[in-house]
Design a protein around this ligand. Structure first.
Ligand code: GDP
Ligand code: IMO
Ligand code: MG
Length: 426
């Protein structure tokens, strides 16, 4: 398979994990390039269900190597738990999972700062984060106060680095009225986890370059989604990394000319977890049906996901900023019972028609969806084995989504399992 970047084109939870797992059949290496334990990627294999937070979703195919790239922020405690859990469930990871020595480490004070900022009484300043310490860790990276995985395994300097930073951050925590972190406890637990993780940590930039030079195929696994991207998303209601395809280069050390194509994953409708504007959000029976049929609860925090109709302005914008070549449209089956289905084709903002995503969050908050309506199909799509098995109305719906968004249809997913995947051009 050509080297491909797979991104979420909405607000996350598009079904990236499932599509990665399906495509991994044809690739040698899967690499995560941004985000951290805020991600929750669900893969169903047979009767087993796996939720991956840091380990790439390619790990469930025995011969595939998986890389956690330099752009990811790694909570070593979460990662070690995830490795142990996967090994308990029969997967062997040693020699197959590689963690970048340049990836930044999430420390307990990052989690406390994240939670402290979210626990404010000022409702307007809440982002609704996953409280996994993501924002503060990327903040320390940008302000050059971070600790990297390579430092974690350097016993000569680790203690000193931790003690100095705990001291500094405890002053901030105290000013917020939050509990301080105990430096000695952090040193002990991070030393211990460093010994466990040491065999996995390496120079993944060289590893990926060598693999590419040997003609191996690489699949770049995006986390979150385009509308949560720090630059292109609905700022400030975003995460703290570049979830868009450009992040695949800065987050791995692989150059743009080594990437052959971009795959955009979208749900056949839209969901969002956490705060921030969402023009097509539904508060009626249709929204409840999407939530119920789609089992829309966060894979990381268990929070109910907000649900709404497909937003083609978002998809078109995502196609543009990511350079989407092919779409993977997931969860078509969730729409099976609707007699009619709406698609947002543009926004009405203060009486003006907007075709493009505004940068200003206050303007975006005032956007109202302009809908077109299509007939539903009112039959199950779950048993379809090929694209032609889908009802005509479902095919028309999918074709309209691609026409409005730009890009070709590569995959349609009609259920969480591997078998419920209709491969068209992928
Ligand atoms: P990710 O974060 O993008 O990997 O997505 P999540 O795993 O957070 O959420 C997607 C959810 O939808 C998971 O529970 C998947 O098992 C499920 N899923 C994926 N594709 C389909 C599909 O085509 N139909 C249905 N009904 N569920 C799906
Ligand atoms: P996957 O990879 C959905 C959201 C949070 C919050 C905002 C910032 O499973 O698609 P953060 O903890 O990152 O600082 O929170 O981003 N968020 C996600 N929403 N899916 C995700 O990941 C998300 N990761 C973060 O809910 O609104
Ligand atoms: Mg998810």
């Amino acid at each position: 398979m050509p080297n491909s970047v797979l991104i979420g084109a909405q607000w996350g939870d598009e079904g990236k994990g499932k599509i990665i797992d399906v495509l991994t059949e044809d690739v040698d290496i899967v690499v995560r390039y941004q985000g951290g334990g805020n991600a929750g990627h669900t893969v169903e294999v047979g009767d087993e269900r796996y939720i991956l937070h840091l380990v790439p979703s390619g790990i469930l195919r025995e011969d595939t190597h998986c890389v956690i790239g330099n752009g990811v922020v790694v909570d070593p405690l979460t990662l070690s738990e995830e490795i142990r859990e996967l090994e308990k469930r029969g997967f062997s990871l040693c020699g197959r999972l590689h963690v970048s020595d340049r990836a930044h480490v999430v420390l307990p004070y990052h989690r406390e700062l994240d939670a402290g900022r979210e626990n404010t009484s000022d409702e307007n300043s809440k982002i609704g984060t996953t409280k996994r310490g993501i924002g503060p860790t990327y903040g320390d990276k940008a302000s050059r106060r971070g600790i990297r995985m390579g430092d974690l395994v350097d016993e000569n300097t680790l203690d000193e680095m931790i003690i100095e930073r705990v001291d500094e951050n405890n002053r901030v925590l105290a000013a917020m009225g939050a509990q301080p972190v105990e430096a000695a406890e952090v040193v002990t637990s991070y030393r211990e986890v460093a010994r466990f993780l040491a065999p996995y940590i390496s120079d993944t930039v060289s590893l990926l370059h060598d693999a590419h030079a040997d003609g191996k195929s690489i699949l770049f696994e995006g986390a979150q989604g385009t509308m949560l991207d720090i630059d292109f998303g609905t700022f400030p209601y975003v995460t703290s990394s570049n979830a868009t395809s450009g992040g695949a280069c800065t987050g791995t050390g692989i150059a743009p000319n080594a990437i052959d194509r971009v795959i955009g994953v979208v749900k056949a409708y839209t969901t969002r977890v956490g705060a921030g504007p969402f023009p097509t959000e539904l508060f009626d029976e249709a929204g409840e049906t999407l939530s119920r049929e789609g089992k829309e609860f966060g894979a990381t925090t268990g929070r109910p996901r907000r649900c709404g109709w497909f937003d083609a302005v978002v998809a078109r914008y995502s196609a543009m900023v990511n350079g989407v070549d092919l779409w993977a449209i997931t969860k078509l089956d969730v729409l099976d019972s609707f007699e009619s289905i709406k698609i947002c084709v543009a926004y009405d903002c203060d009486g003006k028609r907007l075709e493009r995503m505004p940068a200003n969050i206050r303007q975006f908050e005032r956007c109202r969806p302009i809908y077109e309506e299509m007939e539903g199909w009112c039959t199950s799509t779950r048993e379809a084995a090929g694209y032609d098995d889908l009802p005509a109305a479902a095919r028309l719906y999918l074709e309209r989504l691609c026409e409005l968004s730009g890009g070709e249809l590569g995959i349609v997913s009609v259920g969480p399992r591997r078998a419920s995947t209709l491969r068209i051009a992928l």
